[in-house]
Ligand binder design. Structure first.
Ligand SMILES: *Cc1c(COP(=O)(O)O)cnc(C)c1O
Length: 417
């Protein structure tokens, strides 16, 4: 469910015509619907209303300050994977006690920054990281709250690049090792054991893998109890999928029912780290047709957005729906929609039946709110595009379009040239 709908022939974001946004801000542009963001957050929040819980939005899905702030206003915390994300979340006004810090490669300065900030806990992803966090915290005269990210070895049945909970993935600590690490953590001077964590993958379209993971972690929790280690938090990660094409992911309410059935007897405070589910369908990328080209065997539609602006099709072969901003084309055509980048992987849609776009026509790539702008780059020296947020009949630029001056910021020709 989202708030990008047609009124007559024109595509709207809530009560604003997309073409009016492009007239003012230019193309390409990312557009986010505040009502959709809010609706998705509330759906997740309400699904767990029966138990103590915190929705820690996974900042990496869309790290724009306005998006992060929106969730903080609704009572959310954040899941971060870098010092940069912590900086953003603090700028957006997050309560440090609602911050969890995941990621396999936390650096010393990032750990120090998080300890100085007073975050809730680190989700520890390796034995050496646990030791490191303890050393740094002790040196600072602090205790670091931690959960161990357990890799439960369950198959989330999603794209291999976003599968994280199988044994061969770089993420987390295996169940057997995790129990040993908790035993060790108990006696480490800089550590306070707070919880247990898992995150098994992204774009999951079934609840079963989540439930399988929970069952495995419950065994760990019971083993720990027997060792005299009691936990406060159970962090279930993110990963709930969205509809891009014909997937039918569970509704947050159904996900909630099944998760609650598995976890309610534990009496733990639940943490969730949703990213895609909150922002994916709340954003679109709008681009403009520059040229079309017809060959015997293939049609191409060249647009002003490329894989540097929306990397998912090139990276994962993923599908984004394409809709005309003004629905006035004559018929349909099967075509590749391609960007200006000098790479054959630079396509946003492949062999797709789409409206017969002409030069100057605008189109919206749907479900681009997650891992869209956040993964964009300036490859081919293309300034990153503007981001806009809509609320009702109002809209504001929430990130200015980059300029060519921005592109060379920090670059310098050495004196010896
Ligand atoms: C990426 C990530 C998430 C969010 O995943 P989604 O599929 O976007 O919900 C949550 N937790 C961790 C540790 C992550 O790396």
């Amino acid at each position: 469910m989202h708030h990008f709908q047609y009124k007559g022939k024109e595509l709207y974001a809530e009560d604003v015509a997309i073409k009016d946004i492009v007239a003012k801000v230019g193309s390409p542009v990312y557009i986010y619907s505040q009502a959709t963001l809010e609706r998705h957050f509330k759906a997740m929040d309400e699904a767990f209303a029966a138990v103590p819980h915190t929705i820690c939005y996974s900042v990496k899905a869309n790290s724009n300050l306005a998006v992060v702030k929106n969730f903080i206003n609704l009572g959310g915390g954040v899941d971060i994977v870098s010092g940069g994300e912590l900086y953003r979340a603090l700028k957006a006004g997050v309560d440090p006690q609602k911050v969890v810090y995941s990621g396999v490669g936390k650096k010393d300065d990032e750990i120090e920054y998080a300890l100085n900030t007073g975050i809730l806990m680190f989700n520890v992803e390796s034995e050496q990281e646990l030791t490191r966090i303890s050393e740094i915290a002790s040196r600072m005269g602090k205790k670091a709250g931690i959960a161990i990210r357990v890799n439960p070895d369950v198959d989330p049945q999603t794209h291999p690049y976003i599968t994280t909970g199988l044994k061969n993935a770089k993420f987390g600590i295996t169940i057997e090792r995790a129990i040993e690490e908790y035993r060790r953590a108990k006696d480490l001077p800089g550590i306070e054991i707070l919880g247990i964590d898992c995150h098994i993958g992204s774009q999951l379209t079934k609840v079963t893998p989540f439930v399988d993971a929970i069952k495995k972690l419950k065994n760990v929790i019971n083993t720990l109890k027997g060792m005299g280690i009691s936990l406060k938090y159970f962090d279930l990660g993110g990963g709930l999928g969205i509809q891009y094409n014909d997937e039918a992911p569970p509704l947050p309410a159904d996900y909630g029912t099944e998760i609650l059935a598995e976890t309610k007897d534990l009496g733990l405070h639940l943490l969730f780290e949703p990213g895609r589910n909150l922002v994916g369908n709340a954003g679109i990328l709008v681009a403009t047709c520059l040229y079309t080209k017809q060959r015997d065997e293939k049609n191409f539609i060249m647009i002003d957005a490329g894989m540097n602006d929306l990397a998912r099709p090139a990276l994962y072969g993923s599908y984004h729906g394409v809709k005309p901003v003004v629905n006035d084309q004559d018929g349909v055509i099967v075509a590749d929609i391609v960007g200006p980048i000098c790479e054959s992987g630079d396509f946003l849609a492949k062999d797709r039946e789409v409206p017969m776009f002409k030069q100057g026509d605008m189109m919206a790539f749907m479900s681009a709110g997650a891992y869209g702008f956040a993964m964009s780059s300036s490859y081919n020296s293309r300034p990153r595009v503007a981001e806009v947020m809509v609320k009702g009949d109002r809209f504001e630029v929430v990130r200015e379009r980059e300029t060519v001056e921005d592109l060379i910021k920090g670059e310098k020709v050495p004196a010896f040239l």
